[in-house]
Write a protein that binds this ligand. Structure first.
Ligand code: SF4
Length: 365
């Protein structure tokens, strides 16, 4: 409700928490780098100007938390190829303008292809029902939060002319890869509350142990973020690779069990390239054998050359930004040649992309 929202935006509480953060940083006595892995966290941090009230030597950066940004060019090319063959391709608005090797889905639509922007997987299945004589492909992107609803549609007997081109990604393995990168310096993770509502925070137990890095699951209101940061700084001060759920009103240890079961009934993990970052084992979600008949890659012979793509244009540092090694304003193209109207890299296309969020909220939040 509105009251709840206000409670989590209370300026007095925010001030108490920033004082607590300052005190913790004094105790730690050296700069601290925190990574979060969620576009919604970046939006909250930028929108409420939280970086301006954080202690100076506490850096909070967004890692690979934008599923659209890490969608690989050949995946976009596959969707474009299907659309150009006269099939209906439905996808989320965020994906529409992401450049492929030669064109985006928006370009394909300008040239006459039938590309539809939808808000959900079920809306894409409805199109298939309305157009029984056409093949309708849902180009599915996003992390666990959107993969679960895709799975729900596939388990509820969708029309036969419906299929899924999955570019769904799974966050935890990407956190592992980023935690291991020699040039990425992360003292702790602010784990994404949204993904954890599905998978549960228990998932991070092995992670904190194996990578000896603390993690705190946080929500998306200013107080949630500040509170989660304070818990994380306590772990860092105590040199403890602890795990805490600071978002208990939405996240449990087990998560949403039925949604999780459905997710793993429909999807398997496989290794895949995350655009600009790395080839990440087990971080792409593909349809399982039981659902292969709904897999667009099984159903159609998609003619794309996976080697043709140049993953990022030369001056775009989107990959470094998503690996926590740079900020958008370090990119020479930021807000100049690269804008949301005319994006060079995927980080400027998606509403979850760091570059777009920074530009939207005033350049250097
Ligand atoms: Fe890439 Fe544009 Fe971001 Fe620069 S501003 S890193 S070109 S997306």
């Amino acid at each position: 409700s509105g009251d709840d929202e206000l409670q989590f935006r209370d300026p007095e509480k925010a001030e108490q928490l920033t004082d607590e953060l300052e005190a913790l940083m004094d105790e730690i006595g050296e700069p601290v780098n925190v990574m979060h892995v969620c576009g919604s966290h970046e939006q909250a941090i930028a929108k409420f100007g939280l970086r301006s009230i954080l202690p100076d030597d506490l850096t909070v950066r967004m890692g690979p938390g934008c599923p659209v940004c890490v969608t690989n060019m050949p995946e976009v090319d596959e969707a474009v190829a299907l659309a150009e063959e006269g099939k209906i391709v439905a996808t989320y608005g965020d994906m529409f303008r992401v450049p492929g090797t030669e064109k985006s889905l928006a370009d394909a639509r300008d040239e006459g292809a039938d590309v539809r922007v939808v808000y959900s997987a079920s809306e894409a299945a409805e199109i298939a029902e309305e157009e029984p004589d056409r093949e309708v492909i849902f180009f599915a992107t996003g992390f666990e939060t959107t993969a679960a609803p895709t799975a729900a549609v596939l388990t509820s007997d969708p029309p036969e002319n419906f299929s899924v081109l999955s570019a769904h990604k799974y966050v935890p393995p990407a956190m592992e890869v980023v935690a291991e990168m020699p040039d990425t310096d992360v003292d702790g993770f602010l784990a994404a509350g949204h993904a954890a509502t599905i998978t549960g925070y228990g998932l991070f137990e092995d992670f904190v142990e194996e990578y000896d890095t603390p993690a705190v699951v946080g929500g998306f209101e200013p107080i949630d973020v500040l509170y989660a940061l304070a818990r994380l700084l306590e772990f860092i001060r105590d040199d403890e690779a602890g795990l805490e759920n600071a978002y208990p009103r939405c996240v449990s240890r087990e998560g949403n069990v039925p949604a999780k079961e459905q997710l793993w009934e429909v999807f398997d993990t496989t290794s895949g390239e995350w655009r600009g970052i790395a080839e990440i084992p087990d971080a792409n979600l593909v349809l399982s054998e039981d659902y292969a008949h709904f897999d667009a890659r099984e159903r159609f012979d998609i003619d794309v050359d996976p080697g043709a793509a140049d993953p990022l244009t030369e001056d775009c540092i989107c990959g470094d930004i998503m690996a926590g090694q740079a900020d958008p304003d370090e990119c020479e193209l930021f807000g100049e040649e690269c804008t949301p109207q005319d994006p060079v890299g995927a980080c400027m296309v998606s509403s979850e992309g760091t570059c777009k969020i920074w530009l939207e909220y005033g350049g250097q939040p």
